[in-house]
Design a protein around this ligand. Structure first.
Ligand code: FE2
Ligand code: FE2
Length: 274
């Protein structure tokens, strides 16, 4: 398995790559090629070119419907042509980010019909699905820990204009089954990093998690959630811990300080092979 970070909030050493708030990763697993999330605008395709990653023959999967993971879809579809896109049906929910009483659009910036018109062949599932032998999308993640609560600044509105916290049921991760255990790729982990890792074990029936990478949303959850997550991660015995995107500097620093041998500074161009 090979995973390359294509779009992320920081750019690595490779010349010419660009960063933006968002996430996208490229995965090669035997002869299967997948783009997990599409970044916010044009960085996914731009960086794939600079990193010499061939987008011919890829499939696409979406971790959830936020603009910073889906806004790059049109640009990506222009390059791929007809392509299967795995997602939860709620990726098209209208959603907002609430700050100081004001609402800002936070959802996918395209209509389903427009994307289908560009040859996106959606395969929707609310439940876990094995999209290729040994490669799983988790589907909805049960929220079991007491400390991984929903963010009250991420909201949806009902027809009467009422605002409620977005349950983000579409939030899911990608799970790769390897000989020695699992590799888990997170989008934003809005369901909670620990909940997601536990669900990955449940879905695959594999108890060992070798590595985890991607957005953890720990940059937005406060100190208690961060500390409890850092502590809970100890039980997984990870070999690789490569958080990025919505993890933020403070949470990444805490993870790096606690797990220095496992920590990978994950930015655009970072490659993980297992
Ligand atoms: Fe995000
Ligand atoms: Fe998100």
């Amino acid at each position: 398995m090979r995973v390359v970070t294509l779009s992320e909030n920081s750019a690595g050493l490779k010349k010419g790559v660009l960063a933006e708030h968002g996430f996208s990763a490229y995965l090669e697993y035997a002869d299967f090629k997948l783009i997990f999330d599409a970044g916010q605008t044009t960085t996914t395709v731009h960086n794939a070119d600079f990193l010499e990653i061939d987008l011919e023959g890829v499939s696409i999967a979406l971790s959830h419907g936020h603009y910073d993971h889906t806004g790059g879809l049109v640009n990506l579809l222009r390059r791929t042509g007809p392509v299967t896109v795995y997602a939860h049906p709620d990726v098209f929910a209208t959603r907002y980010f609430r700050r100081k009483g004001a609402l800002r659009q936070n959802g996918i910036p395209f209509d389903r019909v427009d994307l289908e018109g560009m040859a996106a062949g959606f395969k929707f599932s609310r439940r876990a699905q094995e999209i290729h032998p040994g490669l799983w999308l988790t589907g909805e993640v049960p929220r079991l820990t007491e400390f991984e609560t929903a963010s009250d600044d991420l909201v949806i509105t009902s027809e009467d204009g009422k605002t409620t916290v977005d349950p983000l049921l579409d939030d899911q991760a990608l799970v790769v089954v390897l000989t020695r255990g699992l590799f888990v790729l997170l989008g934003c982990a809005h369901s909670g990093m620990i909940n997601t890792l536990e669900h990955a074990k449940e879905v695959t029936g594999v108890d060992t998690i070798l590595g985890v990478a991607g957005g953890t949303h720990l940059g937005f959850g406060g100190k208690v959630k961060l500390q409890k997550t850092v502590d809970a991660l100890r039980s997984f015995d990870l070999e690789i811990l490569a958080p990025c995107h919505c993890t933020g500097f403070a949470a990444a620093s805490a993870l790096a300080a606690t797990y220095p041998d496992q920590f990978v500074n994950n930015s655009v161009g970072t490659e993980i092979e297992l």
